[in-house]
Design a protein around this ligand. Structure first.
Ligand code: GUN
Ligand code: ZN
Length: 430
């Protein structure tokens, strides 16, 4: 009988957070190996040593290809898969024109199942092995994504998107239903296999204060659950929040006043923050999620990555406000936004954000996001010369990181050679 699977190649090792500890926190080791057994990483080290110690392991020789942790997408809306790249609207018009009509279709369990499966297949093909997704208001949409993830052995964090105002008939619940349905789904899915339930008020404009309070109370009962929502994405949205919550000090206060600010809070976008908001997010130890392709696509603004030195920051596609399923493309967009803000991110910082950084934001960093013994075997093997354009640039690379940077900037799903999820190879090398 085989003694597990041994992948050999170049291996990305994550020692710590490069924003806190410097660029040396991530290293690329050549002629290295990763032993996968029983769904977990059993050993990492020099390829020759692992081959000698495990002669009966099935060998997967990736040559000079790069074995990375699978990507972790910290904020997505799987129900928006079919309307990705819809033209010409800013946030509120985009929601009303494209998003809400599509989300209405998820009252049909068969449609929800089909899109959930398509979404997980598409993201896996792009090297994404964990995702935190919003669903729709329909409990069926939550069932669909968790069931599809369970069938694939995949780690998914998700929750019913609660809305009880400023959304069309058929997409609204109310405070009591939001509480009851979220609680029932949480009881059914949270901690079942690799599933985690996330309490999910969409954003303050689509929830009454009563609904925000009901979900704050639910979070108080289950404080180990994450709570995800949107914060300060566009200036018109912030002005609208001010009219809807005249008593609030700022946007964050609309959450804080209703029990929706805490250490397990995950706040998407967070572009136009006031100093008080930044201080409070730091004080409570909340996480922010940077969604760069979305922020340029919907015209929202430029996230300030300097926050990463004092706050946990995840990276995300924000499908389908974001314009790509690819975390490579998402890293490239983060680099471009960094340039516009005078802070070019190094390839090691970008890889951190797409793996352990997002895992840290989602509090799953003790299980995924790194290649280390004991971690779950979610892996993505990248071909760093996947197209002629990238190959000719890689030939000029000064070092491993320079080579990785070319794939970050120009790569897509063609760079994804093999993907392992929970110790099984989902996308097999040709
Ligand atoms: N704010 C509230 N809902 C959404 C959404 O679906 N996408 C984005 N980008 N922002 C939001
Ligand atoms: Zn979003």
């Amino acid at each position: 009988m085989a003694d597990g699977d041994l992948l050999i190649g170049r291996v990305l090792r994550t020692g710590g957070d490069p924003f806190a500890e410097g660029l040396g926190a991530l290293r690329i080791e050549g002629d290295a190996g990763v032993l996968v057994r029983d769904g977990h990483i059993a050993a990492v080290g020099p390829a020759a040593e692992l081959r000698a110690a495990h002669p009966r392991a099935r060998l997967h020789d990736h040559g000079r290809h790069l074995i990375c942790p699978g990507f972790v997408d910290a904020h997505a809306h799987y129900p928006q898969t079919a309307i990705i790249a819809s033209w010409g609207k800013r946030l509120i018009d985009w929601l009303n024109t494209y998003t809400f009509p599509e989300e209405l279709r998820f009252d049909d369990p068969a449609y929800a199942r089909a899109v959930a499966e398509r979404y997980l297949d598409l993201t896996a093909a792009h090297g994404t092995t964990s995702v935190a997704s919003y669903c729709t208001v329909h409990p069926e949409s939550v069932e669909a994504i968790f069931a599809a993830a369970a069938a694939r052995g995949q780690r998914v964090l998700a929750g019913k998107t609660c809305m009880d105002r400023n959304a069309p008939d058929g997409l609204r619940d109310d405070a009591v239903r939001a509480y009851d349905e979220s609680k029932a789904l949480l009881a059914r899915w949270h901690g079942r296999g690799r599933a985690r339930y996330v309490i999910t008020p969409r954003f303050s404009p689509t929830s009454t204060p009563e609904q925000l309070s009901a979900l704050g109370a639910l979070w108080g009962e289950y404080p180990d659950c994450l709570m995800q929502t949107h914060l300060s994405e566009q200036t018109d949205e912030i002005a609208w929040v001010r009219t809807l919550f005249p008593e609030a000090r700022d946007y964050l206060d609309t959450y804080e006043a209703h029990g929706l600010l805490g250490a397990n809070g995950v706040y998407g976008h967070a572009i136009h923050l006031e100093p008080r908001e930044i201080d409070r997010l730091r004080e409570v130890g909340a996480a922010l999620v940077h969604c760069p392709t979305s922020n340029t696509f919907i015209g929202s603004g430029l996230f300030d990555m300097r926050l990463a030195s004092t706050l946990r920051i995840g990276l995300a596609t924000d499908t389908g406000g974001g314009s790509s399923f690819s975390m490579l493309r998402t890293m490239a967009a983060a680099y471009e936004i960094g340039q516009l803000r005078g802070r070019p991110l190094h390839a090691s910082e970008l890889m951190w954000l797409a793996t352990a950084g997002s895992a840290t934001a989602l509090r799953i960093d003790d299980r995924v996001g790194r290649i280390a013994p004991g971690f779950e075997a979610d892996l993505c093997v990248l071909d760093l010369a996947s197209t002629p354009a990238i190959a000719q640039r890689a030939g000029r690379a000064e070092d491993d990181w320079d080579e990785v940077f070319a794939t970050i900037m120009m790569g897509d799903d063609r760079a994804v050679r093999s993907v392992w999820i929970g110790g099984s190879e989902r996308i097999a090398a040709a």
